[in-house]
Design a protein around this ligand. Structure first.
Ligand SMILES: [Zn+2]
Length: 154
């Protein structure tokens, strides 16, 4: 194996399309950071009782009473904190599969592919039986502690 060659990692050219884009009169409509846009869904309950699930930054008009809601009224820092919680709990399963993969590769290199598979299968079983249920419980509790916001119809 060779060391990584950094030459492949060129920066992509600028893709800005500044052509005639008008300056937005509404500063709240600025593009959202990607991390915020991909955050957990927000449960939006209208004053009339209608409920929907929206992403942060979405507008929603209630089909029943016609009130218009803008989730950008939620402070972005508070929502970003929520996203952090979600990411924190998503990282662990990813780390686990990575460790399993590395273990198998190490065993294959060592000429013990079968032993590696047995070990990983054993660990995966133990993980899903004992660790995961606990972990899910903690995740659910962390999400249950999340704040709720009062926003006003527009
Ligand atoms: Zn409504």
């Amino acid at each position: 194996m060779e060391a990584d060659d950094p030459r492949g990692l060129g920066t992509t050219g600028a893709l800005t399309t500044a052509a005639g884009s008008a300056v937005s009169t509404e500063p709240t409509e600025a593009p959202l950071p990607r991390s915020v846009r991909r955050g957990p869904r927000i449960t939006l309950t209208c004053e009339c009782g209608e409920t929907t699930y929206v992403s942060y930054g979405d507008r929603w008009t209630c089909p029943k009473c016609g009130r218009s809601w803008n989730t950008r009224q939620i402070p972005m820092e508070q929502y970003a904190a929520l996203r952090q919680t979600q990411l924190k709990y998503r990282r662990m399963p990813v780390a686990m599969s990575l460790i399993a993969l590395i273990t198998i590769v190490v065993f294959i290199i060592a000429g013990q592919a079968f032993g590696g598979l047995v070990l990983v299968a054993f660990c995966a079983t133990a993980y899903s039986m004992f660790v995961r249920p606990l972990y899910k419980k903690r995740y659910r509790r962390a999400l249950a502690d999340l704040p709720s916001w009062e926003i006003k119809p527009e």
